[in-house]
Design a protein around this ligand. Structure first.
Ligand code: FES
Length: 365
């Protein structure tokens, strides 16, 4: 009996010692304590060591672009690390160019904060915030595009430039078991600080399926933004605007801004769609034509049917632009839509002598 008692006592003591060692190990090995992140040689943040740089920054309401939610599969969360951070990890290599590596650029979602870090990020990222919107209105504007109007709570406001985009946080839902961010351009004017409007096309992806099949009026939507260097630039040169599909959204934001500020620059908006049913927001664009005497809208259909009863331009938007563009003297371009469309318009404009600094674009599928 004594032998059994002694054995139980020894095993219990060993277990207690192991638990104590484990707890000490957790505190000393896995717990890195507080670490300091210095940003742009200016701002300092004390964070819990051991978390990813991306989540440590989010904790401090500094939002780095990320489309994969920190899984290391989008490559958007690049940050220049000036000191600390250790060696680049194998999981980062596929997203970093040689130039990135030479400059110390890292994927912030992969880098764990195990020591003090000094990093550099663009100043505008400090303006990014997370907002909780409520769906005010959601409706179809074509068979594949939904219009969304989202309201902020009373007293809350968002600042953005006409043409910029936000990222929607898509929650888990029946057909999706992970949270992800997806980017969409704002269609409303920056003057409307309490709400935003979006046009979201259905692609069958996680976010567009959520928006088109599951999102309803009064639902909450978490949004980060604003992002992007595609936005209206002040000036007097003529504007050439080209878009297809939901690329109309940022152009509409720019035109609304121009109307509100009585900016009467010469501007032509070439918009490509397949059939008449794929055209939308026409009523407002026609109203903008009346309000802005130097603005012209040129829609073109690539596949008009008899039912379209179409007497306007026919063909791809690139061909339409080629047909009407006499010269590129004192002009600048704002392009929105698929990479294929944008690449071919950029090539054409460059061939005609337009400099890269006069071409602004936002590519998305
Ligand atoms: S957040 Fe997507 S790779 Fe880092």
């Amino acid at each position: 009996m004594d032998r059994v008692f002694n054995t139980v006592l020894i095993i219990s003591s060993i277990s207690a010692t192991l638990a104590l060692l484990l707890s000490i190990a957790n505190k000393t090995i896995a717990n890195y304590g507080n670490k300091k992140i210095t940003i742009n040689d200016d701002k300092e943040y004390i964070v819990d060591g051991g978390d990813s740089l991306l989540s440590s920054l989010i904790e401090n309401e500094i939002f780095i672009p990320s489309a994969c939610g920190g899984k290391g599969s989008c490559g958007y969360c690049k940050v220049k690390v000036d000191s600390g951070g250790g060696q680049t990890l194998p999981t980062e290599l596929g997203y970093l160019t040689n130039e990135d590596r030479e400059e110390g650029v890292r994927l912030s979602c992969q880098l764990k904060v195990k020591e003090d870090l000094s990093i550099s990020i663009p100043e505008e990222l400090f303006n990014l915030k997370q907002y909780e919107y409520t769906v005010n209105f959601i409706k179809d504007v074509t068979s594949k595009i939904k219009y969304l109007s989202l309201n902020l709570p009373e007293g809350k406001e968002i600042e953005f430039k006409p043409g910029q985009y936000i990222q929607i946080l898509v929650p888990q839902y029946k057909e999706n078991d992970e949270e992800i961010y997806r980017a969409y351009s704002i269609a409303s004017s920056p003057a409307s600080k309490n709400y935003i409007e979006l046009f979201i096309g259905y692609t069958g992806g996680i976010c567009t399926t959520y928006i088109h099949k599951y999102l309803n009026a009064k639902d909450k939507v978490s949004i980060i933004g604003p992002f992007g260097d595609f936005y209206y630039r002040d000036g007097s040169s003529e504007m050439i605007m080209v878009a297809i599909g939901t690329g109309l959204a940022p152009i509409l934001s720019i035109l609304r801004y121009m109307k509100e500020h009585k900016i009467d620059r010469k501007a032509t908006f070439y918009f490509g769609a397949r059939t008449r049913d794929d055209l939308y927001a026409l009523e407002e664009i026609n109203e903008l034509e009346r309000a802005l005497p130097n603005f012209t809208f040129v829609p073109t259909l690539s596949r008009p049917t008899e039912k379209c009863d179409w007497t306007g331009d026919v063909g791809r938007v690139t061909n339409c632009l080629e047909k009407y563009l006499n010269n590129i003297e004192d002009k600048e371009a704002y392009l929105c839509g698929s990479p294929r469309m944008i690449d071919s318009v950029v090539d054409m404009l460059k061939e005609r002598g337009m400099g890269e600094e006069q071409i602004y674009y936002d590519k998305f599928e």
